[in-house]
Ligand binder design. Structure first.
Ligand code: SAM
Length: 283
């Protein structure tokens, strides 16, 4: 059965209409499903955490490959389907909760005995893509990779190169923790219902060590966020307006680091932000 037939069958059987508030766009494209699963390179010792399994389209393929799949779903209706659909799988655990509220570190710890590596795989609910990615990265989870479908525009931001086009504060966060790559463009017609925009599968491979060393990681990210809060402003004004340091100190810093007074945050790379962060940590 194709993914389209499977989706139509399940939606009819369980009287499902997609809930837009929960970002429900069900994937009906066999190539996209196969590419997500194959690019995640799952083996029988892996723990796969799937966020938003929905009707279980990806879940069914992940269960064939992984040692264990933990699927986290918020919607009661999907839970009923998933419980029934995968009731005979002993490598399946379903968590009925908001992914943003789960202690994932604890979950991974509970399963570590039989796990060689942990991989996140998902067609993410678009309305909370950024908070989910931030949670996965900032909690320093022992995960190897994140293979996810996101909106094309968000994919561009997540995989952008710091200092170049299409960046946001999250670009720096992703670059600090991961190596990011684009995997597959997926048109909006590959979903039911069809969203307004196209999507893309991306993969973030979590680095063992960050590419730059900073004295204070939290402060480093605070500076990056502050400089992106008012994108049009210069770095000097952005940091001053957000209470990072006085204009006097910031002007001296720009001089000492040989940066132009009109430098904007979005033109800086990770290394330059690291230097700024370390400089101001000493003030
Ligand atoms: N994996 C399915 C697929 O590819 O067809 C569904 C993907 S759909 C884009 C996103 C899924 O995330 C939906 O099933 C939705 O109910 C679920 N979801 C939305 N918000 C969530 C949250 N805060 N925590 C967990 N799941 C959530």
């Amino acid at each position: 059965m194709s993914v389209l037939e499977e989706t139509k069958f399940l939606m009819k059987k369980y009287h499902i209409t997609a809930n837009k508030n929960l970002g429900q766009n069900f994937l009906i494209d066999d190539e996209a499903v196969d590419t997500i699963v194959s690019s995640a390179q799952i083996n029988t010792n892996d723990l796969v955490i799937e966020i938003g399994p929905g009707l279980g389209t990806l879940t069914a393929r992940l269960l064939e490959k992984a040692g264990k799949v933990i699927a986290i779903e918020l919607d009661d209706k999907m839970i009923t389907i998933l419980e029934e659909r995968f009731q005979f799988y002993d490598n399946f655990e379903l968590i009925h909760q908001d992914v943003l509220k789960i202690d994932l570190k604890q979950k991974i710890e509970e399963n570590k005995a039989n796990t060689s590596s942990v991989k996140i795989v998902a067609n993410l609910p678009y309305y909370i893509t950024t908070p989910i990615i931030m949670k996965l990265l900032e909690e320093h989870l022992p995960i190897e990779s994140i293979t996810v479908m996101v909106q094309k525009e968000v994919a561009d931001r997540l995989t952008a190169i710091p200092g170049k086009k299409n960046t946001g504060a999250i670009t720096y966060c992703v670059s600090y923790y991961c190596e990011a790559q684009e995997v597959l463009l997926v048109p909006n017609t590959s979903f039911i219902p069809s969203p307004e925009v196209n999507s893309e599968v991306i993969q973030l491979k979590v680095r063992k060590e960050p590419p730059v060393v900073v004295k204070n990681e939290a402060f480093f990210f605070k500076i990056i966020h502050a400089s992106f809060m008012q994108r049009r402003k210069t770095l000097l004004n952005g940091l001053a307006n957000n209470g990072i340091a006085s204009k006097e100190i910031l002007k001296k810093m720009l001089q000492d680091l040989q940066l132009d007074e009109n430098t904007r945050g979005e033109t800086l790379n990770l290394n330059e932000f690291a230097k700024i962060s370390d400089y101001l940590t000493n003030q």
